[in-house]
Design a protein around this ligand. Structure first.
Ligand code: PMP
Length: 290
């Protein structure tokens, strides 16, 4: 495996970052998770835009242009001869001293890994998963805006630990005002009376690229979409529910906190959207091989 590290391709065992890197010491940095399907990178431009927006928000100057960064991602996939891949792109504040002051970090560290990922067991995509809500609230935008895909994932990890402990594959966060927000690594959608509803990203959710894709698919096939807040009551009484994310892709949810969603099986709109999603992923995008 060849890993991109600060402009060079190195073997996995040589891909090493300093223990003084502030990504390691403080979770100071931003990242992306991107997928390639059949030699085509899915929505690379949007992932790169989100990375640079996050970097801007945390005042991290990425020393590559967006075009250079895209080329580096493509080259990482190509060097590993991959067609289907999960790509992790990380830009940390870089090496500094033991204090948290970013001014002590002159050069960001850039890492690109192309590998694979399996977030949930395969059979859950067919029969749907059971999820729980966590007592943990999603970070408030007043403290750390979840729109920034930062290296600071402890909020998510704490919720994941709780889900693991309770025997669930995924935990659903509420925001600090008690409305449904998102999951540990996915956005959430419900269907009620034929309308697709998802929380707005500005309340406490990442602006997911899969989320955006699903909204576009729904609109194209004539399903009404609403981006608005909803409560646990709405969630429990939804006709259908599913989660979206680059790693997760799109996965139905059939039970939440012991309440059966709809008839306990992936619903018709969920199935239709999952099917459309699977059909488009390798149709448009950035080709790795000519
Ligand atoms: N929310 C969180 C907290 C995430 O980590 C992710 C995965 N990046 C998502 C939502 C889904 O975003 P995307 O569809 O862009 O992968």
């Amino acid at each position: 495996m060849k890993i991109y590290l600060n402009g060079e391709f190195v073997d996995k065992q040589d891909a090493k970052v300093s223990v003084f890197d502030h990504g390691y010491l403080y979770g100071d940095g931003v990242f992306e998770g991107i997928r390639a399907y059949n030699g085509v990178i899915f929505r690379l431009d949007e992932h790169i835009d989100r990375l640079y927006y996050g970097a801007k928000a945390i005042m991290l100057d990425i020393p590559l242009s967006k075009e250079e960064m895209k080329a580096a991602v493509v080259e990482t996939v190509r060097r590993n001869n991959l067609y289907d891949a999960y790509i992790r792109l990380v830009v940390s504040r870089g090496e500094g001293d033991l204090g948290l002051d970013p001014r002590k970090c002159p050069r960001p560290t850039i890492v690109i890994i192309a590998d694979s990922i399996q977030l949930y067991p395969k059979e859950l995509y067919e029969k749907g998963m059971k999820a729980m809500t966590t007592y943990m609230r999603r970070n408030s935008p007043a403290a750390l805006d979840p729109q920034i895909k930062s290296l600071n994932y402890l909020n998510n990890i704490l919720a994941k630990l709780e889900a693991n402990r309770c025997g669930y594959a995924e935990a659903i966060f509420l925001n600090d005002r008690g409305y449904v927000a998102e999951c540990t690594g996915d956005n959430i959608f419900i269907v009620k009376d034929g309308v697709l509803i998802t929380p707005p990203v500005t309340i406490a959710a990442l602006g997911g690229i899969t989320r955006k894709t699903v909204i576009e698919i729904a609109e194209q096939i004539g399903i009404k979409v609403e981006e608005r807040e909803f409560t646990l009551y709405n969630l429990y009484n939804a006709d259908e529910c599913f989660l979206t994310g680059t790693a997760a892709e799109a996965i139905p949810v059939v039970e939440i906190d012991g309440r059966v969603i709809g008839d306990g099986k992936p619903g018709p709109i969920t199935k239709k959207i999952l099917q459309e999603f699977a059909e488009i992923v390798d149709k448009k995008g950035t080709k790795v091989y000519e």
